[in-house]
Design a protein around this ligand. Structure first.
Ligand code: SF4
Length: 274
């Protein structure tokens, strides 16, 4: 079952100007400036955004994605002009759609251009034939639909709210369960470079983003998926938290190790490894 809502695809210049002024008034906190600085640095370092890009922002309604949407919608110092469209795929866990309605009200009130879609991806990923790995199918289906919406709306960039801690945790997940040393990239090309996934929060810690979401009183939506409490990511998060008790630098060390890969000291072509 799919229901799509499109709204506000041509915001008037006046409304936009007023909303930018409102944003400026509201956000001149120390944390806002800190996040903006590191967000813009990541965007510039990886050339994530170019003049007149149309950026689809994946908005789950959690603290991370609402913060990303908010910060991308605030005036930039160094990043060239671009436009933003917020996209939410409701996973179908809550058939009362109360969270869906809260999110839509927020997007309307803040004059965002948005696409919201109701789907049954959540229940489908947990159905009898796919109980073993719901996250795999769930992420695939959601991502596929996001790519289609990006294409339908002429977006050339897709921004996700993955942050520094996601990069660290994904590295460990891939190492522990995927037999690979790799993680998510700040900028990644897809469809022969006609589109890019960008992650402007790549330099920013999760705890600061959560703090910002509280500071701004965003109407954050809790993930209603039962698997989210028992996922591999949650396990790795808990594990790192435990390890941090003995070594508070552990996350930073893992993150920085990504810049110090000594390929010559990684065994290659060993028969056992194939
Ligand atoms: S935790 Fe739930 S919502 Fe998240 S990817 Fe897995 S199945 Fe989907």
């Amino acid at each position: 079952m799919t229901l799509i809502k499109y709204r506000n695809l041509c915001t008037s210049a006046k409304n936009h100007h007023e909303s930018v002024l409102h944003v400026l008034e509201r956000k001149r906190t120390k944390l806002f400036h800190h996040l903006k600085k590191w967000l813009e640095l990541a965007i510039m370092d990886y050339a994530m955004i170019e003049e007149d890009d149309r950026v689809l922002v994946g908005v789950s309604g959690g603290a991370d994605s609402l913060s990303l949407l908010d910060l991308l919608n605030s005036p930039m110092v160094f990043v060239p002009h671009f436009s933003v469209i917020a996209v939410n795929i409701d996973m179908g866990f809550d058939l009362s759609y109360s969270d869906y309605n809260v999110l839509e009200t927020y997007l309307k009130e803040h004059d965002y251009t948005y696409v919201m879609e109701k789907s049954d991806i959540g229940p489908l990923s947990h159905s009898a034939y796919n109980r073993k790995n719901p996250c795999y199918l769930c992420s695939r289906l959601r991502r596929k639909r996001i790519f289609q919406i990006a294409e339908e709306n002429n977006c050339n960039k897709i921004a996700f709210a993955h942050h520094k801690d996601d990069i660290i945790e994904t590295l460990i997940i891939n190492l522990f369960y995927g037999r690979e040393i790799c993680t998510i990239m700040p900028k990644q090309e897809i469809f022969q470079e006609s589109m890019h996934i960008i992650r402007p929060f790549s330099y920013i810690e999760e705890k600061l983003i959560k703090k910002y979401a509280i500071e701004c009183a965003f109407p954050t939506i809790e993930n209603k998926c039962a698997t989210s409490k028992t996922s591999k990511r949650m396990y790795i998060k808990t594990l790192l938290r435990e390890l941090e008790k003995d070594n508070k630098d552990i996350r930073e060390n893992i993150y920085k190790a990504l810049r110090h890969v000594k390929v010559d000291y990684l065994p290659q072509n060993m028969r056992y490894m194939k």
